[in-house]
Design a protein around this ligand. Structure first.
Ligand code: SF4
Ligand code: SF4
Length: 337
């Protein structure tokens, strides 16, 4: 008898992890596949796709399981998963993370919000939503989000053996970093036990989510001769919010001495300044605030600030939009001269 709870027409049980570089989804995918193949004798495969920059760009990790007698001849990205794991909520802004999800599929989200709010943002009509606050667990245990997400994924994939995973964690850390063994085991166990579920009724005629393959804006048919980039100042139009890993800098104007130490270390266009006059009427630049569109959450500015005008803050959905001070680039789309 099969231990896999569901299979598609090719005999595969499929999982897709949606993340950003730096959160460890690639490694989580590998460990999950290993647990099924080495721990349970299933056939399985895993690979990831990510861009040229390793940190901060969208990452997908794909895991396929099937019976040992089934050969895996399908090495394409997973388009109709049974389970989707979302490592970072900011991904909703730019990516349809539930694209192609089966009607009765399960979505696991790293979030501290209510089920109904997350369901609404995901545009999910039915199926099972699983939520684990992996970031809080990782911050409290001083580990990484991926281990807490793995714990939750093991609870969802209840055919996998969590003890096998605990052994893998122990083996991974005990030689080089023995002090990481216990925190990572606790993180895994907390992800396993703290994940919560809510199922939204699946009608009989329910359809899975349509899969949409994102098409590149420029391809070999449309690219200008010589690879000329026709969008002026395209880095100004980029939204880097998805690169933040749960924290952003909070600015308090009344504590700021306008020294610009923050702007010296910031790798992007985040700090917004305006001209004004000091107490003696001399011209001076004053810091107005932060344009979070460009903030990757590196928190270098917080380290550099000599006062406590900048502090790190656990990012809640909506904070950046509500507190953003917009840059004005006059020659870019929407700018004022
Ligand atoms: S955290 Fe600070 S230094 Fe880093 S990108 Fe954001 S504003 Fe700039
Ligand atoms: S480093 Fe701190 S005090 Fe100096 S300008 Fe930036 S926020 Fe203000």
């Amino acid at each position: 008898m099969s231990i896999l709870p569901q299979k598609n027409e090719l005999g595969f049980f499929e999982i897709r992890l949606e993340s950003i570089g730096g959160l460890g989804a690639n490694l989580a995918g590998k460990m999950l596949a290993e647990a099924g193949v080495l721990g349970l004798g299933l056939n399985g495969s895993n690979f990831s796709s990510y861009g040229s920059e390793k940190k901060g760009t969208p990452v997908k990790s794909f895991i396929r399981f099937c019976e040992p007698r089934v050969e895996i001849r399908d090495h394409s990205p997973i388009e109709q998963p049974h389970i989707v794991g979302v490592f970072h909520e900011a991904l909703y802004k730019t990516i349809n993370v539930v694209s192609g999800l089966n009607a009765d599929g399960i979505v696991l989200v790293n979030s501290s919000r209510d089920f109904d709010d997350v369901k609404q943002d995901l545009k999910l009509e039915y199926g099972t939503l699983a939520i684990v606050d992996a970031l809080t667990i990782a911050v409290e245990e001083k580990t990484k989000v991926n281990t807490a997400m793995l714990g939750a994924l093991f609870r969802i994939c209840d055919f996998l053996d969590p003890d096998a995973m605990r052994k893998v964690i122990r083996k991974t850390f005990e030689k080089k970093y023995p002090h990481f063994v216990e925190p990572n085991l606790r993180t895994f166990d907390r992800g396993y036990s703290e994940v919560e579920f809510k199922t939204y009724h699946v009608p009989e005629d329910a359809q899975g989510k349509a899969f949409t393959r994102p098409l590149p804006q420029l391809g070999y048919m449309t690219q200008e001769l010589g690879g000329v980039i026709t969008t002026q100042a395209n880095s100004i139009l980029k939204d880097l919010s998805g690169s933040r890993q749960g924290f952003l800098p909070k600015f308090e104007r009344d504590k700021c001495i306008d020294c610009a130490a923050c702007d010296n270390v910031c790798p992007d266009f985040c700090f917004v300044w305006e001209e004004g006059a000091d107490k003696r009427g001399r011209e001076q630049m004053f810091l107005k605030g932060i344009d979070y569109q460009y903030c990757k959450g590196c928190l270098k500015c917080v380290e550099a600030c000599p006062t406590s005008a900048l502090s790190d803050l656990r990012e809640m959905i909506g904070y950046a939009d509500a507190n953003r001070v917009k840059q004005n680039f006059p020659y870019a789309e929407g700018g004022n001269l």
